[in-house]
Every structure is written in C-alpha cells, then in structure tokens.
Design a protein around this ligand. Structure first.
Ligand code: FMN
Length: 329
C-alpha cells in the first residue's frame, strides 16, 4: 500500500502519473480549454473527448481538432472509439502527430449511434475484439494504451474481469472501470464492489469511475475498493476545484476549511470562457459555454434566475454582467 492515498501511478514501464486524480473523457465537455483549466487545478491526467478513429482515418479536420493538447496538461490522453483494429491503425499517424502521452480505448459509450457500429459499449460483448484492437495498436506504437470499460452490457452479462483481462493481455497498461452497465447509462448507482474485485484480479493499475461528485466520494471509492486512482467525470463539470480539494483530502485526510466563494467560481468560469473564446471565437464560445455556466453556479440561491439570463448570453460582456450581478447578490 502507498503511504498516502494520493500517490504516483506507473502507466506502463516508461510513464508515471505524478498523482492519481484524473479527468475523465466527456464528449461535449473535455475540450482543450476545460482540460487546461482542470490541469491548472491539479488533474494529473486529462482525457480528450472520444474521437472517432474512423473519422480520423478519413482525415476529418474537425475530428483531429479534438486532439489538440494544452500546454499545461501533465499527461494528455487521446480517447479513441472504433469497432475493429483497422480504423485504429489507419488513425494512428494522426494521433501520434499530436504527441499524446496515452491512447485510451473507449469500450463504454452507450449511445445508440456508436453502439450500432460495433464500437463503444458494443465491444463489451466481445472481449476478443478488445484484445485484437489493443494488440494491434500496441504493436504499432510505443505510446502507452489504456482502456475504459463498463461493468458489462447488462446486469445479466457482467464481464468486467474478462474484458479487463483481454485488454491487459493485448498490452493495455491501465484499466478504468465505470462501474455501471451499458443498459444503466448514467443512472442508477455505480457498483463499487466491481472496482474492488477488478483491483484484486488485475495485473495492471485500476482506476474507478462512477458517482464521483465530491472529494469525499473519491476518498470512499479509493478506501472501499483499493483502486489506484479516480477519474472525475460529471463531478468536474462546472467544478474544476474538485481536483485541488480532492488532492488535499487524499493527502492530509482533512478537507479545505473554506468553501469556494461565488467570486472564485465566477472568476474560474470567466477564465474558462476566455480560453474557449481564444480557440473558437466569441460567438461560438458564448453559445457553447451556456452548458457549462449552469454547473458553475449550481446549488446557490438565485441560480435559477441566472440560468435564465445565461440562455440569452451572446457575448463576453453579457456573461461578465450576469456573473457580476450573481457575485454581488
Ligand atoms: C456528457 C457525458 C459525456 C461522456 N463522454 C464520454 C466519452 O467520450 N468517453 C468515455 O469513455 N466516457 C464518457 N462518459 C462517461 C464518463 O467518463 C464517466 O465514466 C461516467 O460519467 C461515470 O462517472 P460519473 O458518474 O462520476 O459521472 C461521458 C459521460 C457524460 C455524462
């Protein structure tokens, strides 16, 4: 057992994460700006939105823009989805050109459009396909390959031990288990006993995902399961502070005394907005940031009125005015 619950993690023979608190891949959310903000608050590895290997193989510009890395990301993982080794191999040169530290394979996406093609969670039905995909990629590149799975397709086909073993056999050096089935989607409770059981059997480090909304959730997951680390997903949206707070809790066993103030939340949001503006231009950034903004102010009195205003925000100055009112209210 490491001395502290916050500790480095070996990702294969040649890569070490400084710590064990990661930002999960989140389609529609973990773009370069948000990953950069989370890295600033301490995320030890940051995962891209899932990227279609097939799309990349066809050299789609929009797809490869998803893989641009921010300067301050400690470890940057590009997550790919595919249904077979072939598109992955064809996409590899474009992926490698972005110099990610890690390539992660998506074996958990429940969305019908993805599953219908045999990718994402559909791979859970075929551990052999997982093995072949991972093996093909590890044969072609020295970039460490990790795999993100779910517990199984449904409650009658829980097979995370099998899929994780197939991935490791193919050369995967770390497994993240989102402890829900495909049929559960994002509802119901993640079953941490699956993570504990996988940790017992896995030859490679195991990260846990599912229902991590507070630093205490991360502490509970690690102590109950023995997982090597945690991957924050929905809990990080609108709340990049969760990385520094969790590091503090795992390191010292005690929580930061001070609550994050409204002013600090508004400041983080506006910095986030400015980073997106730089990449995407003001108009698109302001529209895209509506989905993040609600999460930054969630749970505070008066947030419903702010959310109503945000729907209308078209320019940076609108957001600045809305958030200034919120801070001063
Ligand atoms: C909006 C959204 C987008 C997601 N996109 C991805 C993705 O691109 N790749 C992936 O492996 N998981 C994806 N996930 C799953 C998360 O990474 C995570 O495993 C899941 O949300 C469980 O963690 P949580 O209950 O703490 O949110 C997504 C989840 C959400 C809510």
């Amino acid at each position: 057992m490491p001395d502290s619950l916050y500790h480095p993690v070996a990702i294969g023979p040649s890569l070490v994460a400084e710590g064990n608190i990661f930002l999960a891949p989140l389609a529609g959310f973990t773009d370069m700006a948000f990953r950069s903000l989370c890295a600033e608050y301490g995320a030890d590895a940051t995962f891209s939105e899932m990227v279609s290997a097939e799309g990349l193989a066809r050299e789609s510009y929009k797809t490869s823009a998803l893989m641009e890395r921010a300067e301050n990301e400690r470890l940057f993982a590009v997550q790919l989805f595919m249904n077979s080794p072939d598109p992955a191999i064809r996409a590899l040169p474009l992926v490698a050109a972005e110099k990610p530290d890690i390539i992660d394979i998506n074996c958990g996406c429940p969305v019908p459009k993805v599953v219908k093609t045999g990718a994402g969670a559909a791979l859970l039905k075929s551990p052999d396909a997982i093995f072949r995909i991972v093996k093909a990629i590890t044969n072609e590149t020295d970039i460490p390959v990790t795999v993100k799975i779910r517990s199984g397709w449904d409650s009658s086909s829980i097979n995370y031990l099998e899929t994780a073993a197939a991935a490791a056999e193919g050369g995967a050096v770390l497994i993240t288990l989102h402890a829900r089935t495909r049929v559960q989607g994002y509802s119901g409770q993640a079953d941490y006993t699956h993570i504990a059981n996988l940790k017992k059997h896995s030859a490679v480090p195991v990260f846990g995902s599912g229902d991590l909304f507070t630093p205490e959730d991360a502490l509970r997951m690690i102590t109950e399961t023995g997982a090597d680390g945690v991957m924050f997903a929905r809990g990080a949206i609108g709340n990049p502070f969760i990385f520094s707070e969790t590091r503090q809790l795992l390191t010292s066993g005690s929580k930061q005394q001070k609550e994050i103030s409204r002013a600090a939340r508004a400041e983080a949001f506006l910095r986030h907005l400015d980073m997106v503006v730089k990449v995407k231009g003001e108009s698109l950034a302001c529209r895209e940031m509506r989905k993040h903004a609600g999460a930054y102010i969630k749970g505070y009195p008066g947030s419903a009125a702010v959310r109503r205003d945000i729907v209308q925000a078209e320019a940076r100055r609108d957001y600045y005015a809305i958030l200034n009112r919120w801070v001063e209210s």
